[in-house]
Design a protein around this ligand. Sequence first.
Ligand code: ADP
Length: 399
Amino acid sequence: MPLTKELINDALSGVSHPEGGDLVSRNCILNIAICSTDASVRICYTQGNPDQKQPDRNTLSNMGKFIEQLIRATAKSEGVENLGLIIDFVDHAGQVVLKLKSDTPQNKDHAKPTEQPPQGTPQNSAAAGVPGVKHIIAVGAGKGGVGKSTVAINLAIGLARKGHAVGVLDGDIYGPSLPTMLGLGALDQAVIESTLQPFLVHGIKSITMGKLVDPEKPLIWRGPMAHGAFHQLIERTQWGELDYLIVDLPPGTGDVPLTLAQSVKLTGAVIVCTPQKVAQDDAVRASKMFESLGVDVLGVVENMSYFIGDDGKEYDIFGKGGAQKMAQRLALPFLGSIPINTALRQNMDNGNPPKNFDPKTAGGNQLPAALEQLTDQLIAQVTLASMNKNNQAPTLSIS
Ligand code: ADP
């Protein structure tokens, strides 16, 4: 029998918690990931009790060694001799307090504590994925209002229309637009045994902060708080098996989008931009942010590219092609452009994005064709990015 998450979970239920009970019964195990002979475990001792004091580094290190022994014994009994193991102890905000790592088969010593890089250091490749999810794609923008959420949702619908299992995570915690754009208004967030159940509408799964907070109250987040909330959304959601999880990031390149982009292992990022020079400048900054995190930019989307009037003429309002030129300048793939389209705005306001794919409800064939092309380009870029990654030295990937 192969080593499984369940077996590791069973082993961890044998580790007592300083406040009583064990790590599993106190929901301290946030994540377990396994890929052949590699495993990673994410543990939060203060889970559900932020007032509880974190054990000091020494105590955590000793606990880590004990946990490591248990996991290794379990692995050995399943025939896995040289387990690559990462144990992350995190605080209630999701920040790593101590990382124990013995990740090469040659290194048969106990997992050793590694120094944490200072905040802001690129570490996306070291971030954990989401079990069962093949590709996580962040959609970001240098500026708000350029159509980032619109693109994220339409890409998700486009992928689902091609038969993929798709989820969307509304990480735009300042102004979640998913409830409106997917028409989640009357639906309540279902929680089963402290796991969030994603909404299933229009053939895609979705989860949003907008359904967990009071829509009338402004959301004020600082980096660590946002990081914690984002992690809860990702890790506490029962996504099931997904081909693609599209994450709609908050706009900009500030603290919050940066921490969020860092905190989950991404296949890559899509940057949404309007053609104007000011939007391009911000998109360049967004692309640099992803680059500094070691995240592949899968491509640039030019939104609100041009407008087609009732007279059938094309009106170049913002300077069509500006984002495409910017992509070329930065040697980034260009995924395509979306025109300004009244039907698109209405369909999004009415929470019915699949209508954007039907010429009868999309103001003609132009928008559906543009969205189909975007989706195809994205799939092609994901395939390329995965091939490039597979050619590199093997790293821990999440099953
Ligand atoms: P962001 O996520 O960048 O803040 P949104 O996706 O929320 O932007 O879009 C802002 C508004 O612009 C929404 O009302 C949306 O329906 C509208 N919009 C976005 N793209 C287009 C477009 N190509 N044509 C018409 N309206 C659009």
